[in-house]
Structures are given as C-alpha cells and as structure tokens.
Design a protein around this ligand. Structure first.
Ligand SMILES: [Zn+2]
Length: 83
C-alpha cells in the first residue's frame, strides 16, 4: 500500500500511470491522483493535486474566518430585541 504513486504500484497502471493531465494539459506526466472536478472524477498530476489542495485549504480558512465574522454579528442581532 505504500508508495502508491511510485515504482511497482504504477506498473499496473495503463502506460505506467502516464498520460495527459486534464487540468494543466501537460503531456506524458504521471496522472495518478484522483480528484473530483465539477462532479467528475478525473486523474490529475501531482502539481494540480497540490494546487487544488492549496486552493481548498485557502477557501476553508477564509470560510472559517467569514463564519467567525458572521457569528458575532448574528449574536448581536439576536441580543438586540431583548435589550
Ligand atoms: Zn496537471
């Protein structure tokens, strides 16, 4: 189970896991990383996987920040009718 993207593991893959990355369009690159893009499961290269991971992390972080910002506002509005 180790090294799923190197050595013996990729020999089982068609063309040794190499192909054209559907995201960046690079040819003859290892496309071993499954990723859901627009509801479609596609196999992308490690660079695109890293990029998408970074984007997702950034969004998660900004989403958390937005939620934290929204929460005090919601509390304030909830308290307002009582006062
Ligand atoms: Zn790519």
């Amino acid at each position: 189970m180790s090294k799923a993207h190197r050595g013996t593991g990729v020999r089982k893959e068609p063309n040794h896991g190499r192909g054209k990355c559907p995201r960046c369009g690079k040819d003859n690159i290892k496309t071993l990383y499954e990723q859901e893009i627009d509801g479609q499961k596609v196999k992308i290269c490690k660079y695109c996987k890293a990029t998408l991971k970074n984007i997702a992390q950034k969004q998660a972080r900004s989403g958390k920040a937005a939620a934290a910002k929204a929460a005090p506002a919601a509390e304030a509005t909830a308290e307002a009718p009582q006062a």
